[in-house]
Design a protein around this ligand. Structure first.
Ligand SMILES: [Zn+2]
Length: 318
């Protein structure tokens, strides 16, 4: 079972975009990070519709609680563009909150309760930004957690504990943010100690590290590797970090450990906002590059679709 905003599905057709940003709308982002401020439903519907026309079937919106997520707008985008969207609960990097944010003043148990309610009941239409909680009918399908550096700090550790507890209780998979692509091994080790199997963990942005040995070590744990630098590296063609990472992992026998996304939190990447190349590039162009480096249809289909469908499936819980 995969939990999308518009309901649970057994599977889906088309390309799986595993790390997307369709709505990023908080006062902090508008003020400090205007280049990633994404608030326009019309633009998102146009962008995601172009992705569907290029072959997209499902997208994961990777913004978790109280930092610019909006499940109601995401559900509208999903319905109008005809692409399934999986929303995230959990917490992002501290830079999207700031030191005095309420999420930094509560403990593991309170966070865990809030994450589980997002997953099982419905995402708060106010996104946990105020004292009033009103649950939408749209539920989260994945738990996000971020770390920075090679090993988790105290905030990261608390967030890992809450994310793991929510995942253990529900069976929802975990999507991590690896700052500059690094820190994945420590994330896997910690989540595993906390009872989340490596196969239920998707490590984001790891091709940023551009380190073939590191990627093989990550894949050897059984975790899923999300590679999302291909749009940014598109001028490098077959020499892009993403393409080289995929080839290296496939050669090492890890073709079932690879998923892809755009990490498209840049207005400059959206065609509907006047940017280039547009998020549809992933579905339209990446498979061509993968075939040009000699990967066969079975492997291309795993990378573009099958592995993502498996990685997003909830595991049974006792
Ligand atoms: Zn992201």
């Amino acid at each position: 079972m995969i939990r999308t905003l518009l309901g649970d599905v057994e599977g889906f057709d088309g390309v799986a975009y595993l790390h997307e940003h369709l709505i990023l709308d908080s006062p902090l982002i508008a003020d400090r990070f205007p280049h990633i401020h994404l608030h326009d439903v019309e633009a998102a519907v146009a962008e995601v519709t172009a992705c569907r026309q290029a072959g997209a079937g499902l997208m994961v919106d990777a913004m978790p609680i109280s930092a610019g997520r909006d499940a109601v707008r995401l559900a509208e985008i999903s319905r109008r563009a005809g692409v399934a969207i999986v929303a995230a609960t959990g917490l992002h990097h501290d830079r999207y909150y700031g030191p005095r944010h309420w999420t930094n003043r509560v403990g593991v148990d309170r966070l865990t309760e809030l994450f589980i309610a997002d997953l099982l009941e419905g995402v708060d239409i106010h996104d946990y930004t105020g004292p009033v909680v009103e649950r939408s009918p749209h539920r989260a399908g994945i738990v996000k957690v971020a770390t920075s550096g090679e090993s988790p700090d105290a905030r990261d550790e608390r967030n890992l504990e809450a994310a793991a507890a929510a995942s253990r209780a529900t069976g929802a998979p975990v999507l991590t943010h690896c700052e500059d692509g690094r820190g994945g091994l420590a994330q896997i080790e910690r989540l595993r100690d906390l009872g989340v199997p490596a196969g239920a963990v998707i490590l984001s942005h790891v091709d940023k590290a551009d380190d073939p040995g590191y990627l093989r070590d990550l894949a050897a744990t059984g975790a899923v590797l999300e590679l999302d630098q291909s749009l940014r590296d598109r001028d490098a063609g077959l020499d892009s970090r993403t393409v080289r990472a995929i080839v290296g992992l496939v050669e090492a026998g890890f073709e079932e450990s690879i998923v892809v996304g755009t990490d498209g939190a840049r207005r400059s990447l959206w065609a509907s906002l006047g940017g280039e190349p547009g998020l549809a590039w992933l579905a339209a162009e990446l498979p061509r590059l993968l075939r040009r480096v000699g990967l066969d249809d079975r492997v291309v289909d795993l990378v573009m679709h099958g592995n993502g469908a498996r990685a997003l499936s909830w595991r049974p819980v006792a």
